[in-house]
Design a protein around this ligand. Structure first.
Ligand SMILES: [Zn+2]
Length: 411
């Protein structure tokens, strides 16, 4: 069912046009008139401005309809580049993408000591510099950088408390410090928000979808894209599905609650359970000095290959996660759900199957519509790619995302 926002409440006609060209692929001006409800002169003006700014281009192809062939328009993939830095379970990933979300550069740096040690800001800046420098991109073509990590994110002040809490004397603002070191605009985001925008952007999801993304890594969390824009809530910390209590009498969660979903479904929870089974530990060759992320991957691979005990541990995670997916879908009447994050990299198919099964059997609106559930094409890099998409969306389609300084359209 088409939802067409009024221009008063929508993201602005320019952002609307960019978003429709992004999601539809090559499209003519006439089709844009039909899709937006804007007048033909308005579309002509907006398209002319976007072509002048290099945001969209004429593809050279035409469709012959009626008397006059229609020229097709597409996003110009090299008008700007975005950079995403993901502080993940045991590594920092830096990805540079073009305007269509294609990766043009990627570097990975390990976190010494695994998850207990957060990277110093100097390491983030250095990784970012190294990744950008090797690409030789035109000066001024980088729209900005998003640093994404475990929430909560203080987007207004440019802080990721989870990243900075362990650094005595760390600067008041991650954003300010990185902007000074990189001379680029910097945004901060929680993992699921970045992943959601990235999957929405890269998969060319239509703005008419009610789109959800489940992130599994250090935590389980969710991002929502409604009418083409990330749903941010009061402070950009919506979608904390991992902090919904699964067992009210369960162990305390760092969030202050008890028995949260995160304590049962995350890779860390699965690995903790595995350590209680000495036979499994010996059979898998698990080592205490290995990172949680790698240990989880070993267990996930064994589960896929049919190891019964490993499969039982993953099944507990998948069943709990399917509960969370059902809650999310029922709360928001989601019709498109994507699974992203390193937790889905090895055994993502197992999670997809469990969630599909649960939604088909129990989603509240199942008699009205199906829910499409897909695995990210690149679960490990989805947050870094999403960080880049977030900064690009704010730059080429302002009105959907946060305002990015030095945006492409104003240069
Ligand atoms: Zn919690």
């Amino acid at each position: 069912m088409a939802r067409r926002e009024t221009l008063q409440s929508g993201p602005g006609s320019r952002a609307l046009v960019v978003d429709i060209v992004r999601s539809s692929g090559p499209i003519s001006r006439v089709e844009l008139v039909e899709a937006t409800g804007l007048t033909q002169p308005a579309i002509s003006n907006i398209v002319r401005g976007l072509i002048t700014d290099g945001v969209i281009r004429e593809t050279g192809a035409t469709v012959a309809t009626g008397a006059k062939p229609r020229v097709l328009l597409a996003i110009n993939s090299s008008v700007a580049y975005g950079v995403g830095l993901h502080v993940g379970m045991d590594a920092v990933t830096c990805a540079v993408t073009n305007t269509r979300g294609g990766i043009v550069g990627r570097q990975l740096a390990g976190l010494e000591g695994g998850t207990s040690r957060e990277p110093p800001i100097s390491q983030l800046a250095e990784l970012c510099h190294r990744t950008i420098d090797m690409l030789g991109l035109p000066a001024g073509s980088i729209a900005g950088v998003t640093v994404a990590g475990r929430g909560p994110a203080d987007v207004q002040h440019g802080l990721l408390p989870s990243l900075q809490a362990s650094q005595p004397g760390s600067p008041a603002s991650l954003r300010t410090e990185l902007e000074q070191r990189l001379s680029l605009p910097v945004l901060v985001a929680a993992n699921a928000d970045a992943a959601a925008v990235g999957e929405f952007w890269v998969r060319q999801v239509s703005r008419e979808r009610t789109f959800g993304c489940l992130y599994l890594g250090t935590e389980l969390s969710a991002g929502l894209v409604l009418d083409g824009a990330l749903f941010r809530g009061a402070s950009s910390n919506a979608g904390q599905i991992g902090h919904v209590p699964m067992s009210p009498d369960g162990p305390p969660c760092p969030c202050g609650n008890r028995g949260c979903v995160n304590l049962y479904v995350t890779p860390a929870a699965v690995v903790n359970q595995a350590w209680g089974d000495s036979e499994l530990v010996a059979r898998m060759g698990l080592r205490p000095d290995e990172t949680t992320a790698r240990t989880f991957d070993i267990l996930a691979r064994a589960a896929i290959l049919g190891d019964r005990e490993a499969r039982a541990l993953l099944d507990v995670s998948a069943v709990g996660l399917a509960d969370s997916a059902l809650t999310l879908v029922n709360l928001w009447d989601i019709d498109t759900l994507v699974l992203a994050g390193p937790g889905f990299a090895v055994a993502g198919s197992l999670y997809v199957q469990e969630i599909r099964r649960r939604l088909a059997a129990s989603a509240f609106a199942r008699s009205i519509h199906a829910v499409r559930v897909d695995l990210s094409n690149n679960p490990r890099d989805s947050v870094a790619i999403g960080g880049a998409a977030l900064v690009l969306q704010g730059s080429v389609a302002p009105g959907h995302g946060p305002l990015v300084a030095q945006s492409v359209h104003s240069r």
